[in-house]
Design a protein around this ligand. Structure first.
Ligand code: MG
Length: 383
């Protein structure tokens, strides 16, 4: 079979399972490049700059937002993809689109919207990312959404409950949700983006956490994965022990930790591919998960994730904004559901009022949500 470029187990744009609406091929770009470009030009992509990753946007200019997080995921995933011979354009498209469905205010927003929507099918950000690229973007005269290739959409829908998968499968037989029913894998490019997501946030949340003062270097010293590279950095650069060089020590530690994780994924995945010998993407989909950490790196990264969860994501200061964010989303939901005319006409006119409300709120940036909340309730939250 022809592999235009990349390894035989990589996704080849010339062998794509195609778009939902057939389009003429672009003269100079592959279908995956075209997907990536559509994502970068989308409205949902620009909104990511004002959406919370962990810290609300107004809390500081240097914290990650969903946009910078997505760029970091794309960078990591591209580096690994190149080393493994995977399709870099597809990896970039998936990475840049993976968080498009996130609500304002991070997980607090998603959880509250899910509660509000409990009787109407719930709300799930991965599913919402797919809704954004399939339906909610309005840019083309002939179809809804961005009309991305199967392979990009498959990567965007990285998790899906059995119930939701069955619903999607009914609308799109043999489509992107099928694998959750069959328990098969997505492409290597999709598997890679999923792992690059957690590698990226584990590293940048350490940086943002220390910058915010909510976690400290001395706390991190109890985490072996961090401490190992901190000691290594200090052994090579003893002057980093000085208080004035603490920031450089932090970055050098994170850099070494990141590099080691990247090398580990590349080596482990290569081994897995050599053993499974997939000849094409269909064989990748039928093999077990092939992109991953070694058992040792898995064992090292779990305590870091647990640490970030309990000490940063559940920090009283973060929880304080979480409670406020939940109230804002809940109030917005109640207001729009009872008075749909408060929404723009295209949402207000929809017959599926509850889903229209969820779509409208999910698309908001943090500050737009806060402004709308003030308009509808008179309560001011964000500056
Ligand atoms: Mg992410």
């Amino acid at each position: 079979m022809s592999a235009a470029y990349g390894a035989s187990y990589a996704c080849d744009p010339a062998q794509s399972r195609g778009r939902r609406h057939t389009e003429v091929a672009a003269p100079t770009r592959s279908d995956f490049q075209r997907d990536r470009d559509r994502i970068v030009h989308s409205t949902a992509f620009r909104r990511l700059v004002y959406k919370t990753q962990v810290f609300l946007n107004h809390e500081g200019d240097l914290f990650r937002t969903r946009l910078t997080h997505s760029l970091e995921v794309a960078q990591l995933a591209r580096s690994i993809a190149r080393a493994l011979g995977l399709n870099e354009d597809l990896v970039e498209a998936i990475a840049l689109a993976h968080d498009l469905g996130h609500t304002p205010f991070g997980h607090a927003g998603q959880d509250t919207l899910n509660e509000c929507m409990a009787a109407y099918g719930g709300f799930e950000h991965n599913l919402q990312s797919l809704r954004v690229v399939d339906h909610l973007e309005e840019r083309y005269p002939a179809f809804e959404g961005l009309n991305l290739t199967f392979e990009t959409r498959e990567g965007v829908l990285k998790h899906c409950s059995h119930k939701n998968a069955a619903l999607i499968e009914a609308q799109e037989p043999g489509g992107v949700a099928r694998r959750f029913l069959d328990r098969t894998q997505p492409s290597l490019e999709a598997q890679l983006c999923n792992l690059a997501d957690s590698i990226a946030y584990n590293a940048h949340d350490i940086d943002d956490g220390v910058r915010s003062g909510l976690i400290t270097m001395s706390q991190l010293q109890s985490i072996e994965l961090f401490e190992r590279y901190r000691l290594e950095a200090l052994a090579e650069h003893p002057d980093l022990v000085q208080a004035a060089r603490a920031r450089r020590l932090l970055y050098e530690t994170i850099r070494r930790m990141l590099s080691e994780q990247v090398y580990d994924v590349i080596a482990t995945t290569r081994q897995g591919i050599q053993m499974a010998k997939p000849q094409n993407v269909e064989e990748v989909r039928l093999a077990g998960p092939l992109v991953g950490f070694s058992a040792e790196m898995n064992a090292l990264s779990t305590p870091l994730q647990q640490f970030l969860f309990s000490q940063l994501y559940r920090h009283p200061k973060v929880m304080e904004t979480t409670v406020q964010a939940q109230n804002v989303v809940r109030d917005l939901y109640v207001a729009y559901a009872s008075r749909p005319a408060e929404m723009p006409t295209d949402f207000a006119m929809r017959e599926d009022t509850q889903r229209a409300v969820a779509d409208y709120i999910a698309g908001m940036t943090d500050r737009f949500a806060a402004r709308e909340h003030e308009r509808l309730t008179g309560q001011k939250w964000l500056p």
